[in-house]
Write a protein that binds this ligand. Structure first.
Ligand SMILES: *Cc1c(COP(=O)(O)O)cnc(C)c1O
Length: 420
């Protein structure tokens, strides 16, 4: 580091070592990034994206060329038959909800095969809350196959669950905010093989945080439909909001009828001037995901140097951009988040504090300093103040600044005498 930020010699030396230890992982990230960037560029070229596609449509948005071309560019970028990418799908949960309601019908059973899904999906399914019009309220049954104790997929359990009639098998690719490993596309392919041997269930993947981390997406490995958020990987830090659904054309059409209404589907929806930032974000996404991955690997490597346990390890294969660090006590979690905030481009002057976040059974502390509200492709961290006292961090639009954020987090832990 130069003289703009101050870190102690202990942190500077550990960071130096962390960079050396991470070099092989960085090379792998660069290779995947270059591959995915070529793939996305080719999708832009194939579909002859023009400046005229950025023109804003208003009102009904009938015949918005840019919107339709962007759907196709996304499909080609992800290896999917068809896609919907819209700023009007407000977040990941909304997008996943549209897909679930679009494809499931009363009397159907949805089977989640990766344990309890991401927290915000619980009320969509109807596991929590009532009277809000959840899938459960509409007569959709939910079943679940838990992960094995080591966090691996229970293939035998899945086979057994498929003895009943299942309409949809649901897979969450990312670890989310748990300590289980994330699923690679190879794991998803294995699940798909087991499912397709026994059933004609639709295979849906919550692809949040997974886009462009590997060379291919789950739709090339047996998944029928995937969905995710544009303030994570595929928005490239540029899209201001939104979500996408990609996969089999017949299923995407069903989702379109839920996204708006039966009959109108994808024919309506004005782009309201958001389309250029969605094009630009998608174009940059492979690069930005590479920066976020390097920041995650550096964080793992630095905290390994400092004697902490990390998941995944700095040299482990990754299927999402999330890094968990086990910091062992609440004081260290607080120091980490407050230190990281000091290196955020936005809101560096505020200091995060633990608070009673609705829906959590313990206090939570978060750091975030983002150009886009709540964006987690930008450097951010979250830590519930409970066992195992882990912080989950992700993002960074560029590695050089993400690295400083991570170093300042370590520096704050050191300064407070908490290291070790
Ligand atoms: C982020 C995320 C979601 C959706 O969350 P939003 O905050 O609504 O965008 C769903 N599943 C996983 C695994 C996620 O990481």
């Amino acid at each position: 580091m130069n003289s703009f930020f101050k870190v102690d010699e202990t942190i500077a030396r550990a960071s130096q070592k962390a960079m050396e230890a991470a070099s092989a992982s960085f090379a792998q990230i660069d290779a995947v990034r270059a591959y995915n960037q070529e793939k996305v560029l080719a999708a832009f070229v194939k579909n002859s994206v023009n400046e005229s596609h950025f023109t804003e449509s208003t009102g009904y948005g009938y015949g918005d060329r840019g919107r339709d071309v962007l759907d196709q560019v996304l499909s080609d970028s992800l290896g999917a038959e068809d896609s919907l990418i819209r700023h009007s799908m407000t977040c990941g949960t909304h997008t996943l909800g549209i897909a679930l309601f679009g494809m499931l019908r009363p009397g159907d059973t949805m089977l989640c095969v990766t344990g309890t899904p991401y927290d915000t999906i619980h009320s969509v399914i109807g596991l929590t809350g009532s009277g809000m019009g959840s899938l459960k309220d509409f007569g959709v049954t939910y079943k679940q196959v838990d992960l094995l104790l080591d966090g691996k997929v229970d293939y035998e359990g899945i086979e057994k669950a498929l003895e009943e009639k299942i309409a949809m098998v649901y897979i969450q690719r990312s670890r989310g905010y748990s300590l289980r490993p994330s699923l690679g596309v190879d794991d998803i392919e294995k699940i798909a093989q087991v499912v397709k041997n026994k059933s004609d269930a639709v295979i849906m993947v919550d692809n949040c945080y997974g886009e462009f981390v590997e060379r291919t997406e789950p739709v090339s490995h047996g998944a029928d439909i995937i969905a995710g958020s544009l303030i994570k990987n595929p928005g490239g830090g540029i899209a201001k909001c939104g979500g996408y659904i990609s996969g089999r054309a017949d299923l995407v059409e069903k989702c379109a009828y839920r996204m708006t209404v039966p009959g109108l589907g994808r024919e309506v929806g004005p782009s309201l001037g958001q389309i250029r930032s969605m094009f630009m974000g998608l174009f940059n996404a492979p690069h930005i995901v590479g920066e976020a991955l390097k920041t995650a690997v550096f964080a793992a490597s630095l905290f390994e140097q400092l004697g902490y346990d990390t998941t995944p390890k700095s040299n482990e294969k990754r299927a999402d951009i999330i890094q968990a660090l086990k910091l062992r006590n609440p004081e260290t979690l607080i120091a980490f988040c407050q230190g990281m905030q000091k290196g955020a481009p936005i809101d560096s002057n505020v200091s995060p504090e633990p608070w009673d976040m609705p829906g959590y059974d313990s206090q939570v502390i978060m750091s975030a300093g983002a150009f886009t509200g709540g964006s987690s492709i930008e450097l951010s961290s979250d830590a519930p103040l409970r066992e195992p006292f882990a912080v989950w961090m992700q993002g960074s639009l560029n590695f050089d600044s993400g690295k400083i954020g991570v170093m300042l987090a370590a520096q704050e832990i050191y300064r407070r005498g908490l290291l070790g």
